[in-house]
Design a protein around this ligand. Structure first.
Ligand SMILES: [Zn+2]
Length: 92
């Protein structure tokens, strides 16, 4: 069963807010997709529900279309890209 509020959400609206998605498979496998990965994965107008239908668990092979994969969204703090301009000089 889909959460009603996710029905209207699109990949683009998530990207605007800097949100990524978590995918939880019934087998226990969990994957996080960062916004920048999301942007490459799907068109901004893709609805999250359609995106979920396209995903497949890499562990057990279950398809998101079967409803066995749950999707939640999460807010990414400002570390997207993991660039750290203040990184001290750490030479190896
Ligand atoms: Zn699985």
């Amino acid at each position: 069963m889909a959460i009603p509020s996710q029905r209207q959400l699109t990949v683009g609206s998530l990207l605007q807010r800097g949100h990524g998605i978590n995918l939880f498979c019934a087998c226990g496998h969990k994957t996080a997709v960062l916004p920048e990965q999301l942007a490459k994965l799907a068109h901004p107008e893709t609805r999250l529900l359609d995106l979920r239908r396209r995903v497949r668990c890499s562990m057990c092979g279950l398809s998101g279309a079967s409803g066995d994969i749950r999707m939640t969204t999460f807010a990414v703090p400002t570390i997207v890209g993991a660039r750290d301009p203040l990184r001290p000089r750490t030479r190896h």
